[in-house]
Design a protein around this ligand. Structure first.
Ligand code: CA
Length: 399
């Protein structure tokens, strides 16, 4: 459950001011400057709105999926769905679930690891290529990897691993990851710092806590920011990330946007730019779950501020920029799944968040693991449960 207000109408938390306590269901952030508690905070903080009711209604498309992690629409309207234990299935609009596709690479299933994100090649209609990210076991432990394969009848063909996070380490947490293609066909892979290795997010000689940018065949684009720098991995795009599990390309600017899991009180919305340092674990709005402070504080020269942060956290999963017609008021909004049970909508203006709403009706109160826009302009989510579902989100009043 998301936190509620106390008797005075205030949200318990460290950065709430009186002006911000007067929020009802809808929240305009522009009226709400957060005075920093420690003199350092600079990014706007989520006001933790109450759930907005009466906007959406939710129906179940399919059930019986085991911890579904990602959903992608095929051109024929069917859905490709990954299940974290290591299976890939096709789900029809009528709710039929295929047998697991053969040929999925071996994954390290357990903890947060397993089969993770999916992407279709920009030329999928011609070449049938898909991309999978997953926790790959191997020497040293496990690491995030990306495989490319051709989608055949009931199986994957020509499976090839095109990317491996370096190095593999022990532990079952913070693999990320999301896969998104840019308009010019580059592939962003978002990752985590593998939890026990947080300081590695600042070390450019490895891939922990980095967003990387590769070509569709796994090679490194010549215009990546660190190409040619000695001792630096050339696939790195941005660094200082904790665990990035949401990513999308902005429909107008073509830029990458991400949401990452922070520590307690530190989930962040960012738009990672080439070569920049997003701070973890040197600066963060989060504190350890033990209550211990992390790093130096919330700001430092040369380190990027998030666009927006959540305290309390939402525990973000997938995200999408909404461009459809079914929800006219949502055009341009970011939709983010919350593992704490909500579909979160952020309204943006000039690159800043001006409003946040959360929908929790029906199945949206479960752990939402991915969010996609369907070809029908409706919103589809998967729930991260042992008996996980694909849900279709419609306007409350619409047919
Ligand atoms: Ca950061």
């Amino acid at each position: 459950m998301l936190p509620t207000r106390d008797a005075t109408g205030r949200v318990p938390g460290r950065l709430v001011d009186r002006g911000c306590a007067a929020f009802a269901a809808a929240v305009w952030l522009s009226s709400c400057g957060s005075p920093p508690a420690d003199g350092q905070a600079q990014a706007p903080r989520s006001p933790t709105p109450r759930p907005t009711e009466g906007v959406v209604r939710v129906e179940t498309v399919a059930r019986g999926l085991e911890h579904p992690w990602a959903l992608e629409f095929l051109p024929d309207g069917r859905m490709l769905v990954s299940e974290r234990p290591g299976r890939l299935r096709i789900v029809s609009q009528g709710g039929g679930i295929s047998a697991p596709l053969a040929g999925v690479p071996e994954v390290q299933a357990g903890g947060q690891g397993g089969l993770l994100d999916l992407a279709l090649d920009p030329g999928f209609a011609r070449n049938r290529l898909i991309y999978l990210s997953y926790a790959e076991p191997g020497e040293g432990g496990a690491g995030t990897a990306v495989a490319r394969a051709r989608l055949g009848e009931g199986r994957l063909e020509d499976v090839r691993v095109i990317y491996r996070q370096q190095p593999k380490v022990e532990g079952g947490s913070h693999f990320g990851s999301r896969l998104v293609f840019t308009r010019d066909g580059k592939l962003f892979v978002t990752q985590g710092e593998r939890a026990g290795y947080r300081e590695q997010a600042q070390d450019l000689s490895n891939d922990l806590g980095k967003v990387v940018r590769i070509e569709a065949d796994g090679s490194v684009p010549g215009d990546n920011p660190f190409v040619g720098r000695v001792g630096v991995r050339p696939e790195i795009w941005s660094y200082g990330h904790r665990n990035v599990q949401a990513a999308a390309i902005h429909p107008e600017t073509g830029r990458l946007w991400t949401v990452e899991h922070g520590a307690r009180g530190g989930d962040e919305l960012n738009h990672p730019e080439a070569g920049k340092n997003y701070g973890w674990p040197v600066i963060t709005y989060g504190v350890d779950y033990s209550g211990i402070r992390i790093g130096e504080g919330t700001a430092r020269e040369g380190l990027e501020q998030p666009v927006y942060f959540w305290d309390p956290v939402i525990a973000p999963s997938g995200m999408v920029f909404y461009t459809g017609d079914a929800f006219p008021g949502w055009k341009g909004s970011v939709l983010v799944g919350s593992l704490r049970g909500a579909l979160v909508r952020l309204e943006l203006q000039d690159g800043k968040v001006v409003r946040e709403e959360r929908y929790q009706e029906d199945g949206l109160g479960e752990r939402i693991r991915d969010v996609r826009q369907g070809p029908d302009g409706l919103v589809y989510v998967v729930t991260d449960e042992g008996n996980g579902r694909v849900l279709r989100v419609r306007p409350a009043g619409g047919g």
